[in-house]
Design a binder for this molecule. Structure first.
Ligand SMILES: Cc1cc2nc3c(=O)[nH]c(=O)nc-3n(C[C@H](O)[C@H](O)[C@H](O)COP(=O)(O)O)c2cc1C
Length: 137
């Protein structure tokens, strides 16, 4: 089974990048930006993103569209200030393209402006690593 990791971040804060680095280390697989298209079919794609204006960024949607033929199933992971999941937004974008999205997903609270300073912290990153490992099963 081939597993790939892609992430998208648009802030300099790097919360998503932190999550991506944790997942990459936990699985021993590279985490690339969504600017990098898949080169082979990913049976499972771990898509790491953040909530912006109650949605996912258009670049995440564009990645799904460009790579739709190469994605078996998406496993969503995200941070947000509210702690809300981007799973509904990812599902909406992916399912239009005929791309399957798992209901198994990870999300955690993260810093934004003056909110949630220090998050994601150790507890959130440990939980993220555990979730990523569970995607292999
Ligand atoms: C432009 C912008 C819009 C955001 N909108 C939301 C939002 O609607 N809901 C929410 O929970 N968090 C929102 N956030 C907070 C981000 O989801 C949170 O800070 C996330 O961890 C950012 O990840 P990043 O550092 O990788 O960009 C927003 C952040 C930015 C920069």
């Amino acid at each position: 089974m081939h597993v790939a990791i892609r992430y998208f971040t648009k802030s300099k804060k790097g919360n998503t990048k932190k999550l991506a680095k944790t997942v990459s280390e936990a699985l021993g697989l590279p985490a690339e930006s969504v600017e990098t298209d898949l080169t082979e079919k990913a049976d499972r794609l771990i898509l790491i993103n953040a909530m912006y204006a109650a949605d996912i960024d258009p670049e995440v949607k564009a990645f799904l569209e460009r790579n739709r033929e190469k994605i078996g199933e998406v496993f969503n992971m995200n941070t947000s200030a509210t702690g809300r999941s981007t799973l509904p937004a990812v599902k909406k974008a992916a399912e239009k393209l005929g791309v399957a999205v798992s209901d198994r997903a990870f999300h955690c609270r993260a810093s934004w402006i003056f909110m949630n300073q220090g998050l994601p912290g150790e507890a959130e990153l440990t939980a993220a690593a555990e979730f990523a490992k569970s995607v292999l099963n």
